[in-house]
Design a protein around this ligand. Structure first.
Ligand code: NI
Length: 199
């Protein structure tokens, strides 16, 4: 038989075999969301001061899953809404919320002293820790979480533009997912339950 006649069936066979092996490999070893989520470069070390006036770093949050949100106490709408929602979520999560920690990092350290943050946060879930620091410390934390913030002058003062992402982080401090105040309550709570369960 002409060897060239065997070449095409051979190629079809080997290609088919290759497709089969790759498919089986993908089925057996799927690159699950948790595996890829751990590789997202969001989060990391920071050195800040808690609303109790004590030093506070990312190490204080390790060991249990946590939520991080950047904002400022003079925020007219987004921050109080988010903190109110988070407070309601933690109540709705019941016992599960005991494993969850939450940090509210100010992007306005000029006005947000530990004392002011303490007073402001007394309206929300007591498990939410307020964090402030020097301009440089806040900038470093914002860089770690890749959030945007900017000072905007207003009549006789200023306000802050800022990202309103709620970061969901696992117990090792690795990125788990995001949420925000515009997301439906049920979706957000399902994500928080998942974080507590798997994070
Ligand atoms: Ni805000």
């Amino acid at each position: 038989m002409n060897p060239k006649r065997l070449l095409i069936p051979f190629l079809v066979f080997t290609t088919g075999l290759l497709v089969l092996v790759v498919t089986a490999g993908l089925l057996l070893f799927p690159s699950g969301s948790q595996q890829s989520a751990g590789k997202v470069p969001i989060g990391g070390p920071f050195t800040l001061t808690s609303h109790a006036g004590k030093p506070f770093t990312e190490e204080n949050l390790m060991g249990r899953p946590f939520v991080v949100f950047f904002g400022f106490t003079h925020c007219p709408e987004v921050c109080p809404t988010t903190l109110y929602d988070l407070t309601q979520d933690m109540a709705a999560l019941g016992k599960d919320a005991e494993k969850l920690q939450a940090a509210f990092i100010t992007v306005d350290p000029e006005r947000d002293t530990p004392e002011l943050m303490k007073t402001y946060l007394s309206s929300f879930d007591p498990r939410i820790v307020g964090l402030t620091g020097t301009e440089e410390e806040i900038a470093a934390a914002a860089r770690a979480y890749k959030i945007y913030y900017r000072k905007v002058p207003t009549d006789g003062g200023y306000t802050m533009d800022h990202s309103a992402t709620l970061f969901l982080m696992d117990s090792k401090g690795e990125f788990y997912g995001t949420s925000n105040f515009q997301e439906p309550e049920e979706t957000r709570r399902a994500k928080l339950r998942q974080l507590v369960k798997n994070g």
